[in-house]
Ligand binder design. Structure first.
Ligand code: E4P
Length: 220
């Protein structure tokens, strides 16, 4: 299971990366805007600071494949880890096909159905991003989508995209998508830090610390 951070906040990425448990980053225009950094400089800084990341997703947004490919050009030249994120639309998947033919990694985003996942696989995507939180916000069983995608890709004859569970709201959703067969989860830093938490770990540690002090007093 790989963990990507779903943020463009450089301080948050730096802090989480120090754990040695982060494999990549996903951004989108909203996250970049929130971070206060610019589109291309964020990609450059991330690629420079984290050469070990498998993937750094940078999103293109346009009405035609041609315009998406133009926007992608400046990202692609930055580093091989840069992954072009395209929307799951007719034009987005046309761009995906062309980029995949050039061996450029593509993350198809805004995926909400098995049908879209089938089309993305045929377009040669490296990753697909099913949006779990946005489904759950609308009272739809988002984990069932992951199970269904896993089942379709497991029966697929040929290469399939990595299932990159996105729009994750909490630790429970993280666990459930891992169990359902997601290859990667992309999570906000707040969810990443909460993954460590368990009340029994804290209680157990308190007891071990107390007993450690007592044991030090024992003279044999
Ligand atoms: C990541 O690839 C997506 O852009 C992101 O997870 C969307 O999350 P949201 O639904 O919280 O905006």
């Amino acid at each position: 299971m790989k963990i990507f951070l779903d943020t463009a906040d450089l301080n948050e990425i730096r802090a989480a990366n120090e754990t040695g448990l982060i494999d990549g980053v996903t951004t989108n225009p909203t996250l970049i805007l929130k971070s206060g950094n610019s589109l291309y400089s964020t990609a450059k800084l991330l690629a420079l600071e984290y050469p070990h990341f498998e993937s750094i997703s940078c999103e293109v947004v346009a009405d035609t494949a041609e315009d998406m490919l133009k926007q992608a050009e400046d990202f692609i030249s930055i580093a091989p880890a840069i992954t072009i994120k395209v929307p799951c639309t007719v034009e987005g998947l046309k761009a995906c096909r062309q980029l995949s033919n050039l061996d450029i990694k593509v993350n198809v985003t805004l995926v909400f159905s098995v049908a879209q996942a089938i089309l993305s696989a045929k377009a040669g995507a490296t990753y697909i991003s099913p949006f779990l939180g946005r489904w759950r916000d609308n009272s739809v069983d988002e984990i069932r989508l992951i199970k269904n995608l896993r089942s379709v890709y497991d029966q697929w004859n040929g290469k399939t995209p990595n299932i990159l569970a996105a729009s994750v709201r909490d630790v429970m959703q993280t666990e459930k998508s891992a169990i359902a067969g997601a290859d990667i989860i992309t999570i906000p830093p707040s969810v990443f830090w909460k993954m460590y938490n368990n009340i029994l770990t804290n209680r157990g540690l308190e007891m071990f610390q107390k007993d450690w002090e007592e044991a030090l007093k024992t003279i044999v």
